[in-house]
Write a protein that binds this ligand. Structure first.
Ligand code: SF4
Ligand code: SF4
Length: 435
């Protein structure tokens, strides 16, 4: 079967702006003080299991799962716990953070490697190591690896379709063997016969590295996809790779697929083969107001203010108009630099006036672009109107919960209507009313 350059309907073509695509991954300096959030995943926050004054080693649990859908949290460095207190996360929410003073001794508390693990052993190791979906959603991976029925396909998302972000591209290029190993382990855990890795056509180096690592095997292989936003969204990835449509309100499992991200596969390989919990990740630092942009392995808990300090270069903080955690399409604008790197932080972007698109909204001119280009075939214009009118039941009739918040509608809207913000508000309000 040949899937080359497959894609999905609708979508958009924002400028790729992958300025750091050729900058190799580098280890970031570890800060003196780290603040590790206990809620870095979908589900219940982790519960602290250390107290102020405790000494910890890198990889030692500091937060235990707070429920079935939750994830363990580990110390990213060795040192001493100096505070257990609330702080802000990159999403703007508040949660308890464990503050650790780094002793720079590099003591670790990793688990023993697993030799030829069974599916149950893989799931348990993934749970022990606190692995979550690293593409942004943060869904606990041990739960995803326990589907009710075995899927036909295990799909890895290597599209990285968001502008600016290049950390997955570098990871696929430089650590392809580990990603392929992780893909095999995850496919084994869910019982899938085939693992496919979807890579956008603007990452030919990454594709070549994965192809080499697969060595012509039948059980796992990369597939080139057309470069289009949001190619990396779960339902669009399923369609592009298999031709199957996830039904409205449904999940990839409904059409025999499980989807995860390439960085997650890398983390799974390290957890199984090296016993390493998820305590660091690759992060792209970019944007026009970054003096030293690049792709860096950073410990979870690294303060954004420290990231800025180390990558400011000759730039001035006064020229920053916007700071985004994640990409410009789906990322979260930061109100300051108080948050810290989490398991799902793919990038930190510092934008000046030029890059910050004009955001002053004008009246909707009923051009219909947002409707024509929505990959989910929704009507963002009408949803926004219903939100403005306070008619939230109407937003439900317009299938607002099917929106994946990809940002295409806002991007193409000539009137710069705050469509995604309205959609987020509708979803939040409906959720609260249901409770
Ligand atoms: S309505 Fe949702 S899914 Fe459709 S383009 Fe807008 S953000 Fe994307
Ligand atoms: S794209 Fe903007 S201006 Fe056009 S219909 Fe949608 S909301 Fe209105």
């Amino acid at each position: 079967m040949q899937f080359a350059f497959r894609t999905f309907g609708r979508g958009a073509h924002p400028p790729a702006s992958k300025f750091t695509a050729n900058v190799p991954l580098a280890e970031f300096d570890a800060p003196e003080l780290l603040r590790v959030p206990l809620s870095q995943h979908i589900g219940a926050p982790a519960v602290p299991v250390v107290e102020v004054g405790d000494t910890v080693a890198a990889g030692q649990p500091i937060g235990e799962s707070g429920g079935f859908v939750s994830a363990r949290v580990h110390a990213p460095v060795s040192g001493r716990v100096t505070a257990v207190k609330k702080g802000v996360t990159p999403t703007g929410a508040q949660c308890v953070h464990i503050e650790i003073e780094n002793d720079f001794e590099g003591r670790t508390a990793f688990l023993p490697p697993l030799d030829d693990p069974t599916p149950d052993m893989i799931r348990e190791r993934v749970r022990e190591c606190g692995i979550v979906g690293m593409g942004g959603a943060g869904f606990p991976t041990h739960v995803k690896l326990a589907p009710k029925t075995a899927p036909e396909f295990f799909l890895l998302n290597g599209a990285e379709c968001e502008p600016y972000i290049t950390c997955d591209c570098r990871l696929m290029t430089e650590r392809a063997e580990e990603i392929v190993r992780g893909a095999r382990l995850m496919a084994k855990a869910v019982g899938a016969g085939v693992a496919l890795i979807g890579v956008e056509s603007n990452k030919k180096g990454a594709y070549a590295a994965l192809e080499k690592a697969c060595g012509g095997a039948d059980d796992v292989r990369p597939v080139l996809l057309r470069t289009k936003y949001p190619q990396g969204a779960e339902k669009q990835m399923v369609f592009a790779l298999t031709g199957r449509r996830v039904p409205p309100g449904g999940l990839p499992a409904d059409v025999g697929c499980v989807v995860d991200n390439v960085h997650t596969a890398y983390a799974v390989a390290r957890a199984v083969d090296m016993g390493e919990p998820l305590i660091s990740r690759a992060v792209t630092v970019g944007g026009g107001e970054t003096g030293a942009p690049g792709n860096f392995f950073m410990p979870v808990g690294t303060p954004f203010s420290f990231v800025r300090e180390k990558t400011r270069g000759e730039r001035s903080d006064e020229d920053i108009v916007k700071v985004i955690s994640g990409g410009p399409m789906m990322g979260v604008a930061q109100s300051g630099l108080d948050a810290c790197v989490s398991k799902t932080t793919s990038s930190l972007l510092f934008f000046g006036a030029k890059e910050s698109a004009a955001t002053s909204p004008t009246q909707c001119i009923n051009c219909g672009r947002c409707i024509r280009q929505c990959p989910m075939k929704l009507s963002p214009r009408d949803i926004e109107k219903a939100v403005v009118a306070g008619d939230f039941p109407r937003t439900e009739e317009l299938y607002v919960t099917d929106c994946m918040e990809c940002g295409v509608c806002s991007y193409v809207c000539p009137a710069k209507r705050p469509l995604v913000q309205a959609i987020r508000l509708a979803k939040k309000t409906l959720k609260e009313r249901r409770k």
